[in-house]
Design a binder for this molecule. Structure first.
Ligand code: PFF
Length: 449
């Protein structure tokens, strides 16, 4: 049982804090760039707003009805095959795996916050060499910042739901909203370039849309909403009893999507204004943008500082959410103290994170390569492209086929009527699992659509 609960507002903030992260401000803009803009964004929007809301409702239902840790809830709420469903709880390990390298990336962001004070790179070449030397040679800096993240998130998690998670989200999320608003207003005033960014993101040219882009958009929608990892399920177990899970789901997905779109518009406006190319992949934020900020002159350092602080806030609130499912499992199931549970989980992600960062360092990378990828890339690939969709499938199949239908109807019909509840059932029972299976087959290359 939870000893402390979120307030209603605190829950929304914490769920949004988990959802809004590097996925919105870093990954979404670069995958949008990579897959050609407009049509990709449209597919993402449809998936995040519709599919996302359906799955959020499913996960909130599990938490609200289960009132325990994610592993125990699968077991307790199953009306058949209980013995099998307890294994579905393995998904609580997935966010810890993600956290190992996510923490390293937050560390890079801390480094770039420092860089905004010290001086930005004047050219893309210089920018590239700064980033590549951080990534492939600088163990000390990466380790130092990874350690800072480790200490920070552990300290917050130790304080529990209300005094730790809710409180930090209440501070960081409004600040994040404020900073993004300032950056957005600034971008809107850059006349021609803002228009170009809008066209790039919203002119849907379907001839450019490959099936791969559709699948990446679906995967991104899940990742960005923190679905399929036991996080929303765990947070929802601490929902206040009178919370409306349908309204909460809609709100979470609208805010998360808005942040992604706003971040994309800011980044593309700044890039287009200086005629910069959008570097593919991670480099968009860490290579292209810093030299673009430089070109903005003295205001550029302020823009850079605000931008990297915003991503750091977004990243930290997501990072905290990744620890909680496993911590709450240990506390609940084995009666561990919160300190003991938090230390075990944090040390796990910390050590794995060190191995991940070493796998990018030239001297060590040959030892940490498997096939064509280093450990860092493997962790990201296995966790976000395979395990997250599997977690999503488990959640919807569970709610759709293995929980008590009457109880679910009792929760949902008063909130959204029986017709919509039927549509929801059809989506979680059939449409969403099939779509996710297609995502996994495609991403793993087992079957290309
Ligand atoms: N939703 C977060 C983001 O968009 O950055 C990512 C994330 C959060 C992934 C929590 C995994 C997780 F457990």
């Amino acid at each position: 049982m939870n000893t402390s609960r979120f307030t209603r507002f605190g829950f929304i903030l914490a769920a949004v804090g988990s959802a809004v992260g590097l996925g919105n401000v870093w990954k979404f803009p670069y995958v949008t760039g990579e897959y050609g803009g407009g049509a990709f964004v449209l597919v993402y929007l449809i998936t995040a707003l519709f599919v996302g809301v359906f799955v959020l409702i499913a996960e909130l239902l599990i938490g609200k009805l289960g009132q325990s840790d994610a592993v125990t809830m699968f077991e307790n709420l199953a009306v058949k095959k209980k013995n099998l469903w307890k294994y579905a709880g393995f998904i609580v390990v997935v966010p810890l795996i993600i956290l190992s390298y996510y923490s390293v990336v937050i560390g890079w962001i801390f480094h770039y916050i420092a860089l905004s004070f010290q001086g930005l790179p004047a050219t893309v070449e210089e920018s590239k060499s700064i980033f590549m030397s951080l990534l492939t040679t600088d163990v000390k800096t990466q380790l130092m910042y990874h350690t800072v993240v480790f200490v920070l998130v552990t300290a917050i998690i130790l304080k529990g739901i209300k005094d730790g998670i809710e409180r930090i989200n209440k501070i960081l999320m409004p600040l994040l909203a404020l900073i993004l608003s300032v950056l957005f207003i600034y971008s809107v005033t850059i006349d021609g370039s803002f228009g170009k960014a809008v066209h790039f993101m919203f002119d849907a040219d379907f001839s450019k849309l490959s099936s791969e882009a559709v699948i990446v958009a679906i995967g991104q929608a899940f990742y960005t909403l923190s679905l399929g990892m036991g996080i929303i399920i765990t947070y929802a177990a601490s929902l206040p009893k009178d919370a409306n899970i349908v309204k909460s789901s809609i709100l979470i997905s609208i805010i998360d999507t808005t942040v992604a779109i706003v971040a994309g518009l800011i980044i593309f406006t700044l890039l287009f204004d200086k005629g910069a190319e959008s570097t593919k992949g991670a480099g968009l934020v860490f290579i292209s943008l810093p030299s673009v900020f430089y070109e903005f002159g003295s205001i550029g350092s302020v823009l850079a500082l605000l931008f990297f602080v915003a991503i750091a806030f977004a990243g930290v609130t997501s990072a905290i959410s990744m620890l909680e499912p496993m911590v709450s499992y240990f506390v609940n199931r084995f009666n561990y103290s919160r300190i003991k549970a938090a230390m075990i989980c944090s040390i796990f992600f910390y050590v794995l994170g060190i191995a991940a960062l070493l796998s990018n360092i030239s001297d060590y990378s040959p030892m940490l390569m498997v096939g064509d990828k280093g450990l860092f890339d493997w962790l990201d690939f296995v966790a976000s492209t395979i395990l997250v969709p599997i977690g999503g499938i488990l959640a919807v199949v569970f709610v759709g086929h293995f929980m008590d239908k009457e109880t679910i109807n009792g929760e949902l019909v008063p909130l959204m009527g029986s017709a919509l509840t039927k549509v929801w059932f059809f989506m979680v029972q059939f449409v969403i699992p099939i779509a996710l299976i297609i995502v996994i087959l495609n991403e793993t290359g087992l079957f290309k659509f």
